[in-house]
Design a binder for this molecule. Structure first.
Ligand code: ADP
Ligand code: ASP
Ligand code: MG
Length: 430
């Protein structure tokens, strides 16, 4: 008998029908002789709707209270799912993150898991129950407060529980058949990837492929937990994310090693905004002061560019990107530091998109960057910022050209499939 951790995303439990469909699949897994621990997200777009509601009563909602509000979404789905499973004749119990032993630091809205003590979960499955755990939430032992792990955080809950319970597999069920070479909502000719390394998946995830959250992949790599991403709607085999291609996969391919693709895929992200600090004195310490103010506000930044300063003024502009959700907080923090930093003005632009090309093969292929920029220029896409890692190139463009740009790059790198269109089974893409 094995222990399986299954995570169901919001689109898989969007309504009563969805919950009943998922309950059936869980009961089948249990009946086939496994212990089953389920991590569940809030129904449909509940989390977005709760955030909208919070913003209607407060422009910058207090972090602690926002966590109290948002964790209610997963409480609803976990209880309903447990009821649906019980009505199929299988015992089930639901648990909040804190009851399940998900211990985090005390940073509200993007807490990190620091420990998992799943005693109650293990006891529950040992008694024959299916244990249902609310995703995306934990508790800080320092403050005794409830925390959330950041958007998409249920993926991380699932992997963290799989590691702590020494599970045989961690399955992430979603509304597409696996990880594709691009978002199937944008590229109909995207191809499903059978296996992808943790390294490439990490880059795709941190570049905006929200099918898996980057912290979840980080966690899985650290504890070497293979993840199987698949659809809760079709039941088809999905994408394995692991260190090495799994043995049964290589056997299917006649004992051949599955080659790592040159390019794994194209990711895009419209969740970031760009802040430009205009007229910064070009002298040592200025950049440090700007980014200290931002980090003191607990905001993570992504790309940075600094212009060459105009010789006549000795002033320069510094631009950086950050999650849109942190935009108002960043502007507030910089305004507070205005006299110390002595800049002229701030510009805030939330009509940007980031497009990234990811693949370990680019390390050894010098033409990739040129081909990427060529494809963008042929599509008439102007580049505003550029950043690279060993296995990724990212650019920032206007938001309104992002879909065309992604499709152009996908085609240029020969990633288009010639057969089946990628299927999206549910969700609103929000
Ligand atoms: P869930 O509610 O199950 O957590 P998410 O909406 O978080 O689902 O993630 C699934 C979505 O991720 C898909 O519907 C798809 O639009 C999007 N996505 C973005 N990039 C990719 C990709 N490369 N492969 C598959 N899905 C992707
Ligand atoms: N419900 C949370 C969100 O939408 C967590 C998750 O779904 O993973 O971000
Ligand atoms: Mg998700």
């Amino acid at each position: 008998m094995g222990l399986v951790v299954q995570k169901y995303g919001g689109s898989s439990v969007a309504d009563a029908e969805g919950i009943k469909r998922v309950a059936k699949r869980i009961v089948e897994t249990k009946k086939s002789g496994n212990q089953v621990v389920v991590v569940v997200s809030a129904m449909g777009d509940t989390t977005d709707e709760l955030i909208d509601l919070a913003e209607q009563v407060s422009p910058i909602p207090a972090g602690r209270e926002l966590d109290m509000l948002l964790t209610s979404g997963e409480r609803i789905s976990m209880a309903l799912l447990a009821m649906a499973i019980k009505s199929l004749g299988q015992e089930a119990q639901s648990f909040t993150g804190s009851q399940a032993g998900v211990i985090t630091d005390s940073v509200h809205n993007k807490a990190r898991i620091i420990d998992v003590t799943p005693g109650r979960i293990q006891a529950s499955v040992d008694e024959g129950n299916v244990a249902i755990v609310a995703g995306f939430q934990g508790v800080s032992l320092d403050t005794k407060d409830i925390t959330t792990l950041g958007r998409g955080g249920s993926d991380t809950t699932a992997v963290a529980l799989a590691a702590a319970l020494n599970a045989d597999v961690c399955e992430i069920y979603t509304d597409v058949d696996g990880v594709f070479t691009a978002d199937p909502r944008v590229v109909k000719k995207a191809r499903k990837i059978d296996w992808i390394s943790f390294g490439d998946m990490l880059e795709l995830a941190s570049s905006g492929s929200k099918v898996l959250l980057h912290r979840c992949v980080e966690y899985a790599r650290r504890y070497n937990i293979p993840i199987h991403v698949r659809s809760s709607f079709s039941g088809l085999p999905g994408t394995w994310v692991s260190n090495e291609p799994l043995v049964h996969e290589t056997q299917q391919q006649g004992e051949q090693q599955v080659e790592q693709a040159l390019i794994s895929g194209v990711a895009h992200d419209t969740s970031e905004a760009k802040v430009t600090v205009v007229g910064v004195p070009d002298k040592p310490g200025e950049a440090a002061a700007i980014f200290r103010a931002i980090s003191d506000a607990e905001i993570n930044i992504d790309m940075i560019v600094q212009n060459v300063s105009a010789a006549s003024t000795g002033l320069t502009d510094i631009s950086f990107t950050l999650p849109k959700a942190d935009g108002p907080k960043a502007i507030e923090a910089l305004e507070k530091a205005r006299t110390a930093i002595a800049f002229d003005s701030l510009r805030y632009d939330d009509q940007i998109a980031k497009i990234s090309l990811v693949g370990a093969g680019m390390k050894t292929n010098p033409g990739v960057t040129a081909d990427f920029f060529d494809a963008l220029s042929r599509a008439g896409v102007n580049i505003e910022l550029i950043s690279t890692s060993e296995i990724r190139i990212s650019v920032v463009t206007r938001a309104d050209v992002v879909n065309d740009a992604v499709r152009a790059v996908h085609t240029a790198f020969g990633l288009d499939s010639d057969s089946d269109e990628a299927v999206v089974y549910g969700g609103t893409g929000r």
